[in-house]
Design a protein around this ligand. Structure first.
Ligand SMILES: [Mg+2]
Length: 378
């Protein structure tokens, strides 16, 4: 059979996500890039990426990666990965090129699984079929009562660990200048509200999305640690490595998690070597697909650090966390998961705070008929 790559097509999608839930009536927009790779044998694999400007990533795939990888063997993912890497980001920088590479790599693994008749998680390593999950349900667009209600609803569904957003909008310059001390005071009140809603034994984690400077992150970390928060994800702007290392020195009682927005494995090496983080979060949709994320995960494991998921794209990352023995859990990011549910058929299901993987070949889910036409943006 001829598995030469004959078609590469990326689409920027904007998917509306409604939150008529937990007393809220909010509409969010999920932005992602979806890619299809087809072989001469007629096999079609798909991948995706997000957390980057979707139309730019789609253009990088269609205009830069496509001419580089057309004609290559789709089953030789190491070869195609390196060709695409050098085409997209020759100086080896983290950035949009890594997002494009990630989507392509995921599609190649989907093809590999379909050709082998096995799911990607089994090809990655087949460590476990049932993955423990935590719920990211504490969105910044919820008021305090809605936040507490979201926590109660997820605990009733069997989750024992909840994550909430903090530090919004922080230093995001698109918003008005914010009184960060006042914002942190409100974050602390919201952490208390979610903790009280979750009740005894429920673990609370916080996610800063890299929007604070060191001083404010240290203040929030110290006050959150007093409330028993399990970890603080992406505390500092640009995931600044020396600043995260300093934060760990200043607030040693708070665990720091990072990695969801990192493209290159060398960034993980630097975070680990600088003792800047406690929990390593490679993200298959940003960190070079399964090929790149597995390398970061293995390195973290060799350093004795916990490998944990953050950054959405739950159903794609699930294959890494079901595949690798060192991986320890998946994020059920409600907003990202709802976007996936609108565009994909055949997704695995969450039950009692766990995701149960399926035996379907490849990723095991497919784009819904009409979804591209409905959600693609020019
Ligand atoms: Mg995050």
């Amino acid at each position: 059979m001829n598995h030469t790559i004959t078609r590469v097509e990326a689409y920027a999608l904007e998917v509306p996500v409604d939150f008529k839930w937990a007393g809220s009536d909010t509409r969010r927009q999920a932005s992602l890039t979806y890619v299809e790779v087809e072989t001469a044998s007629g096999q079609v694999g798909h991948g995706m990426t997000a957390l980057a400007p979707a139309p730019v990533v789609a253009a990088a795939i269609n205009h830069v990666a496509r001419p580089a990888i057309l004609g290559l063997d789709a089953t030789g993912h190491e070869h195609a990965w390196n060709v695409a890497l050098w085409a997209l980001t020759a100086p080896g920088q983290t950035g949009i090129g890594c997002n494009a590479l990630s989507a392509i790599d995921i599609a190649l693994w989907d093809i590999k699984g379909k050709l082998a008749g096995r799911p990607v998680w089994v090809l990655v390593g087949g460590a476990r079929r049932r993955i423990p999950a935590y719920a990211t349900c504490g969105f910044s667009f919820f008021d305090r009562d809605q936040l507490a209600e979201a926590g109660r609803l997820m605990c009733a569904r069997g989750y024992e660990s909840l994550k909430m957003q903090v530090g919004r909008p922080g230093l995001d310059a698109r918003e008005d200048v914010v009184d960060l001390d006042k914002m942190i005071g409100e974050d602390i009140a919201r952490i208390r509200a979610l903790r009280d809603a979750g009740g005894e034994g429920v673990e609370i984690a916080i996610d800063g999305a890299a929007r604070l400077d060191l001083d404010h992150a240290a203040d929030l970390a110290a006050r959150a640690a007093d409330l028993g928060v399990a970890f603080y994800e992406e505390p500092i702007i640009a995931n600044d490595i020396p600043a995260m290392a300093a934060l760990r020195q200043r607030v040693p009682q708070m665990k720091i998690a990072c990695g969801q927005s990192e493209g290159q494995v060398s960034r993980f090496r630097d975070m680990i070597a600088a003792h800047a983080i406690d929990i390593v979060q490679p993200n298959v949709i940003v960190g070079g697909g399964f090929t790149g994320a597995a390398r970061a995960a293995q390195m973290a494991s060799a350093a004795g650090l916990r490998v944990f998921h953050g950054g959405g794209a739950t159903y794609h990352n699930a294959h890494l966390h079901a595949g690798l023995a060192q991986a320890s859990g998946i994020e059920h990011q409600l907003s990202s998961a709802r976007a996936a549910e609108k565009i994909f058929d055949g997704l695995p299901e969450f039950r009692d705070g766990h995701l149960e993987m399926t035996d379907r070949p490849g990723l095991g889910f497919e784009i819904r008929d009409g979804a591209i036409g409905e959600f693609a943006v020019a």
